[in-house]
Design a binder for this molecule. Structure first.
Ligand SMILES: [Ca+2]
Ligand SMILES: [Ca+2]
Length: 164
């Protein structure tokens, strides 16, 4: 039994006018399981009965379009790894992975929230690599660990996670 998101509007005007209006009864969320499970198409049967009791049935399909209203989610909230000091620029450090829970699958773009760290991230693939510039080389005697905040954006909402 599908959720009754719509209900007939109680009409108190001229009841002889053959017009029925359906109004929203509950919030409609494209990502709700019972809406997502039917690809966003809600189907209702509307039965109208005349004074003699003769019914006529009409099927109504309501297509729920997706809005980009959910922020991206990282598969792992925290990632940890280790590298040796004095690495080459471009050395792979971590593969970040985030997805957008919106039904239409908005692409995720990665960026580094942390500034001044000797790393960079591929905005499309989420691969974190070594990216040293003069003065911030990775040297155990200088720095033994880095906290790096990575951001994933769907163009509207951002979510961050932490790499150690
Ligand atoms: Ca959505
Ligand atoms: Ca989104």
């Amino acid at each position: 039994m599908p959720t009754a998101y719509l209900e007939p509007y109680p009409r108190d005007e001229d009841p002889s006018v053959p017009e029925i209006m359906l109004v929203q009864k509950l919030p409609i969320d494209r990502e709700a399981s019972d809406i997502d499970g039917v690809d966003g198409v809600l189907t209702y049967s509307l039965v109208v009965t005349d004074a003699a009791g003769n019914p006529v049935e009409k099927t109504i399909e309501l297509k729920v379009d997706d809005l980009n209203d959910m922020e991206p989610v990282f598969v792992d909230p925290v990632n940890e790894t280790s590298i040796e000091e004095h690495p080459d620029n471009g050395e792979e450090v971590l593969q970040m992975e985030a997805y957008d829970p919106d039904a239409s699958g908005v692409p995720v773009t990665y960026s580094l929230f942390s500034q001044g760290v000797p790393f960079s991230i591929n905005p499309t693939t989420g691969l974190l690599v070594v990216d040293q510039v003069a003065g911030i080389e990775i040297d155990y005697e200088r720095e033994t660990s880095y906290d790096i905040i990575v951001s994933a954006s769907d163009g509207l909402c951002e979510h961050t996670n932490k790499c150690l």
